[in-house]
Ligand binder design. Structure first.
Ligand code: SF4
Ligand code: SF4
Length: 55
């Protein structure tokens, strides 16, 4: 299991610096590497567009 970023992402960049394990990468829509994500949920709380959900 891992968190995923949906099409609601506006590429604001807020989440990338908040992830403690560096699982998030940039893009038109940001992406979470499921092999790295520890499901801590930190990114969910900082996303302004509620684009991050539990898979
Ligand atoms: S849930 Fe935690 S580990 Fe996974 S991408 Fe978000 S901040 Fe990183
Ligand atoms: S915080 Fe939300 S809107 Fe901003 S880059 Fe991350 S997923 Fe996209």
């Amino acid at each position: 299991m891992a968190h995923v970023i949906t099409d609601d992402c506006i590429a604001c960049g807020t989440c990338i610096d908040e992830c403690p394990v560096g699982a998030i990468s940039e893009g038109d829509i940001y992406k979470i590497d499921p092999d790295i994500c520890t499901d801590c949920g930190t990114c969910v709380d900082v996303c302004p567009s509620e684009a991050i959900v539990e898979a």
